[in-house]
Design a protein around this ligand. Structure first.
Ligand SMILES: [Zn+2]
Length: 79
């Protein structure tokens, strides 16, 4: 049974929030969150960050912002 590590979830979080994950990947991502309090909390904080930036637009995030969010997520995880 394939399971995601916390690192894998960290790399997928932006794609998850943009609904870019395919069904099996999304399922595994949510399954990890359900069993990992740390990642669930980080995703919640990630939502706050995105809300602060004005919310997700229908079009994909610009590359720079995407990288910023991803590194912010990594910083949160590292603290
Ligand atoms: Zn985790």
């Amino acid at each position: 049974m394939k399971r995601f590590s916390c690192d894998q979830c960290g790399t997928l979080v932006t794609a998850y929030m943009e609904n870019e994950l395919d069904e099996p990947t999304r399922y595994l991502f949510e399954e990890h969150l359900a069993g990992c309090e740390g990642c669930e909390r980080y995703l919640a904080q990630f939502h706050v960050t995105v809300d602060t930036l004005g919310g997700l637009r229908p079009e994909p995030l610009p590359g720079g912002m995407r990288d910023r969010l991803l590194s912010a997520f990594r910083d949160l995880r590292g603290s």
